[in-house]
Design a protein around this ligand. Structure first.
Ligand code: DX5
Ligand code: ZN
Length: 219
């Protein structure tokens, strides 16, 4: 399917963790399309965030799509917990284990959408043979682990992913994550992305600015 309308997925990694529920309600009201939830294990990536119980606690705060980005390895043993906690999309990394096909099967077996994420160095061709299983492709434009890093301009990779999606004729989200701000947003949309993750760019300057910050990313 061709590029869909641009959707914005604020990453709550940049929110105030002491009032997570309220932050989620604020970005919902500010126009977020997806709520991007960065799960880090201190092993696959050098940082720790939150697990499935936190996702479950956040679920009653919004009806928006929970876009759960798992930066954990191994990933398979925790998929069920995240599905039951109320995830709508669960995304696993290509690099998180040797059996991506099995991981995607496991995600789909819980009736949630399956996403696949690629670190900056991983060639887009590595997902060629699972294209029929994925609902979302997440291109990392930073090395995962932290918010506030500079955008790595992988525009050719995004464009290749766009062409691979178009060739399937299926509706697959093309999401970009890392260093997205109003300038880089324009570039990634032009390259073919249709879901933009942004932490720093959404949560900067306080809650009164969330709606304006989200709007500024739509291009
Ligand atoms: C990085 C995370 C991102 C991060 C983006 O490991 O996957 O979702 O929160 O943060 P910014 O938008 O600040 O680059
Ligand atoms: Zn993320």
């Amino acid at each position: 399917m061709p590029q869909q309308p641009v959707r914005i997925a604020p990453s709550i990694l940049s929110s105030d963790f002491s009032i997570l529920g309220e932050e989620v309600r604020r970005i919902d009201e500010g126009g977020a399309d997806y709520i991007h939830i960065d799960v880090m294990d201190g092993h696959f990536v050098p940082n720790l965030t939150f697990g499935a119980p936190v996702v479950k606690c956040l679920r009653p705060h919004t009806k928006k799509i929970f876009d759960v980005h798992l930066m954990i390895a191994p990933v398979d043993p925790l998929i069920e917990d995240f599905a039951k906690a109320g995830s709508d999309i669960i995304t696993a990394h290509v690099e998180a284990g040797p059996h991506l096909h099995r991981t995607l099967q496991a995600i789909k077996s819980h009736g949630v959408k399956a996403g696949v994420s690629l670190n900056p160095h991983t060639p887009i061709e590595s997902i060629q043979h699972v294209m029929d299983m994925v609902d979302l492709i997440l291109i990392m434009t930073v090395n995962p682990g932290f918010g506030g890093q500079s955008f790595i301009p992988l525009l050719d990779k995004i464009a290749k992913a766009r062409a691979m999606i178009d060739a399937t004729g299926r509706e697959i989200d093309l999401e970009v994550d890392g260093g997205v701000n109003p300038d880089t947003a324009k570039q990634v949309i032009e390259a073919g992305a249709d879901v933009l993750v942004a932490g720093t760019a959404v949560f900067k300057d306080g809650p009164e600015q969330y709606a304006a910050n989200i709007k500024a990313l739509r291009g």
